[in-house]
Write a protein that binds this ligand. Structure first.
Ligand SMILES: Cc1cc2nc3c(=O)[nH]c(=O)nc-3n(C[C@H](O)[C@H](O)[C@H](O)COP(=O)(O)O)c2cc1C
Length: 371
């Protein structure tokens, strides 16, 4: 089996794009990814970031539902501390029905304290606290999906499911509880991991959820897999590397030169120079990349990232880069391609998506199950 490809849409729209343009780019991207053979499209959720301007990924999914055929959609992630679990559980169930099962659920704690603050959480940098909220929210959502009577009074939320009155008389059927449980049973759940000793990866392992990492250097990636495996084995699950999705910046063109030029001078370079390089420095990601390459983090600039970290080049170069990384870290099952703002001229981006699925992914061998 070959590596699968997914798209992850944060969406890194340049400031000034309207809400309407972002929605259009999301739907156009879902259609192009579906046509190119991508197996999934993840969309993130952010209430505070200008460059990451989608607060409700579900709105794009429902718009894309009618225009796509095979691709599966997942919020990556719904931030559980930011919303009432009952409301979210019902929306997730309904959306998975709208998509007739082409859905899985990504959950996360939230990366930005400003977004937590908007939702009434003053200590948004306390990841332990946020992870406790994630666990309670999940417990409530799973109870709601069962459609069995309960009332829960937790530390953060209250929720319940009412007893259904048995239909006794003609006409009672009209007043039964609407069924918004997820299509085909509880959805597959994916968890985003970011930090070195990731609490999210521990949760994913314990519950046999799908692990999703952002690539931030070899040490963090290896530690994610180790943390996930340890928790999974302890809970009696068998870890399988082919379930691991890793997000990366990927751009493929006919030649290395063309690919590098299109990245450095195009929307990806524009976004990294202004937004992502400063944020990645703050989150320590640049330190991981610099350590892998043995350079001073202060010297890690856009060109370094393009040459040494991103998967940029001709199809053969990108195959070689991914195989080298697989050899160093053990590999993963899905390459989650980070999307960028090619709204003004989608052609090079959509060509890159086609090259990734046709010329790159089939040549990458999936890692075997287990460690
Ligand atoms: C692939 C991926 C997608 C993410 N998407 C979001 C998002 O949509 N919104 C957000 O605030 N944080 C997002 N995060 C960050 C998570 O909410 C969370 O802060 C992080 O995964 C915590 O990881 P940790 O448990 O390893 O510290 C994402 C992380 C990854 C790896």
């Amino acid at each position: 089996m070959a590596m699968e490809t997914g798209l992850i849409f944060h969406p890194y729209m340049r400031p000034g794009r309207t809400a309407r343009q972002t929605l259009e780019w999301g739907v156009q991207s879902s259609i192009a990814a579906d046509k190119a053979g991508f197996t999934s499209m993840m969309i993130s959720e952010h209430a505070s970031q200008i460059w990451e301007n989608i607060p409700n990924p579900e709105l794009i999914f429902s718009a894309a539902a009618l225009h796509t055929k095979r691709i599966r959609f997942a919020p990556m992630a719904h931030l559980l501390p930011h919303q009432h679990p009952a409301k979210l559980a019902i929306m997730v169930g309904w959306l998975s029905r709208i998509l007739e099962g082409r859905y899985f659920l990504g959950i996360g704690a939230g990366a930005y304290p400003l977004a937590s603050y908007i939702h009434g959480i003053k200590n948004g940098e306390d990841t332990k606290f946020l992870n406790e909220m994630v666990r309670e929210s999940l417990e409530i959502m799973e109870k709601i999906w069962k459609r069995e009577p309960f009332f829960y009074e937790g530390r953060f939320w209250k929720a319940g499911y009412p007893e259904e009155v048995k239909a006794r008389h003609e006409g009672d059927e009209q007043h039964k509880l609407a069924d918004f449980s997820p299509w085909g049973g509880p959805p597959e759940i994916a968890v985003t991991g970011f930090s070195y000793k990731s609490p999210s990866m521990k949760l994913a392992g314990e519950r046999n959820f799908k692990p999703v990492s952002i690539f931030s250097g070899l040490d963090a990636l290896k530690s994610h897999w180790d943390t996930y495996c340890e928790a999974a084995i302890k809970a009696g699950h068998t870890p399988d590397r082919s379930r691991h999705a890793v997000s990366q910046t990927v751009f493929v063109a006919e030649t290395d030169r063309e690919a590098k030029r299109l990245v450095m001078d195009g929307p990806i370079g524009y976004c990294f120079q202004r937004y992502l390089i400063p944020i990645w420095r703050r989150f320590g990601m640049i330190d991981g990349f610099a350590k892998d390459a043995g350079i001073d983090p202060a010297k890690a600039d856009l060109e370094f990232l393009v040459d040494k970290v991103f998967m940029v080049g001709s199809p053969q170069t990108v195959v070689d880069k991914i195989n080298t990384l697989f050899a160093a870290c053990g590999g993963w099952g899905t390459l989650q391609v980070e999307s960028h703002d090619y709204y003004d001229d989608p052609t090079p981006w959509f060509q890159s998506l086609e090259l990734i699925t046709k010329e790159v992914a089939p040549k990458i061998k999936l890692p075997s199950a287990g460690k």
